[in-house]
Write a protein that binds this ligand. Structure first.
Ligand code: SAM
Length: 303
């Protein structure tokens, strides 16, 4: 059987799947081990039994709603390939709005809360030479994926990943040459020659794409989402719990004039913008994604 014949059959098998024809081409390219842009050139070649069997298995999984990224084990995000497993959220095209917004201004140190695959932090560091950052998550298996992505993309020396609840995951070293000591903590005058100080790491950019689907909305989601980690999708409440924690806790971690920006669900803009203003942020803005839906809320720490 040629690739073209197998593809025609697969497109028919995926007729009930939204975007099924496109997915069939992606999976065929993966089964044949060719780049998607070269698929047309090899469509008339006969497939080996191994290739055909692998392709048909993939089509069966996709017909059962397994996301393409989990079948092939990766996803393209902002022009780079990220490893994806069932332990991480499949990086979404709409999250590229957060990346584009962050890249509008300079930054040197980034904190990514709820890092998942690490796609946000790693992309920002790849796009900003010399920048460093931390990613946090409550899922250790996700952190392993983020570390693997950082290694695969050659950025492991510029980022670290820590387990824990939002800001509580950020390690607070007692003394460190690595972190800037705040002026009010500096040892001066007649004090001891050496002293250990808790030095809270501070960042000029804090980003997050937290779980923002309300528990009550979970049942209505596309079947594909049942393959994604529950804790990556919902806070188990009204969908705003993460924003409350992130807006309440940025104070010790964000430098003066530093920016906080979060991805939101399209109906959450006003609520999250109000939280940022109530927490004392300035220049609060809501930004749309490419489909025109509210997608990012950002604010700036006062000087
Ligand atoms: C929507 S996913 C985003 C993943 C990735 N940043 C992205 O944009 O693709 C949310 C992530 O937040 C993590 N998470 C959930 N609750 C958390 C908490 N309390 N503290 C830190 N991370 C949390 C989840 O494990 C998940 O990896």
């Amino acid at each position: 059987m040629t690739g073209a014949q197998a593809l025609a059959q697969a497109v028919a098998d995926l007729a009930a799947i939204d975007g099924g024809a496109r997915d069939a081409r992606v999976l065929l390219a993966h089964a044949l081990g060719v780049d998607r842009t070269r698929l047309t050139l090899v469509l008339d070649d006969p497939m080996t039994p191994g290739q055909l069997g692998a392709f048909q298995d993939m089509i069966t999984r996709r017909a059962g709603h397994t996301p393409v990224s989990q079948i092939i084990g990766s996803r393209e995000f902002f022009g780079r390939r990220f490893i994806v497993t069932p332990d991480v959220l499949d990086p979404r095209p709409e999250t590229e709005t957060l990346i584009a917004t962050a890249l509008e201004k300079p930054f040197k140190r980034v904190l990514d809360l709820g890092t998942g695959s690490g796609c946000i932090l790693i992309t920002l560091l790849a796009e900003r030479e010399g920048a460093t950052g931390l990613g946090t998550d409550t899922c250790n298996l996700a952190l392993d994926v983020a570390r693997a992505n950082a290694r695969a993309l050659g950025l492991a020396d510029r980022c670290r990943f820590y387990w824990g609840d939002w800001y509580a995951a950020v390690p607070v070293p007692e003394v460190s040459d690595d972190w800037q000591v705040r002026d009010d903590e500096r040892v001066s005058g007649y004090g001891p020659r050496t002293r250990t100080l808790p030095v809270v790491p501070r960042f000029d950019l804090i980003v997050s794409n937290p779980p923002y689907i309300a528990l009550g909305e979970m049942d209505a989601l596309a079947p594909e989402l049942s393959y994604e980690p529950h804790n990556a999708l919902t806070d188990g409440g009204d969908g705003l719990a993460a924003y409350r924690a992130i807006c309440a806790g940025f104070g010790p971690h964000l430098l003066p004039k530093g920016r906080l920006m979060v991805e939101i669900g399209p109906t959450q803009g006003r609520a999250v913008a109000d939280m940022m203003r109530a927490a004392g942020m300035e220049s609060v803005e809501i930004r749309p994604d490419l489909d025109g839906r509210d997608r990012v809320v950002m604010g700036q720490n006062p000087a």
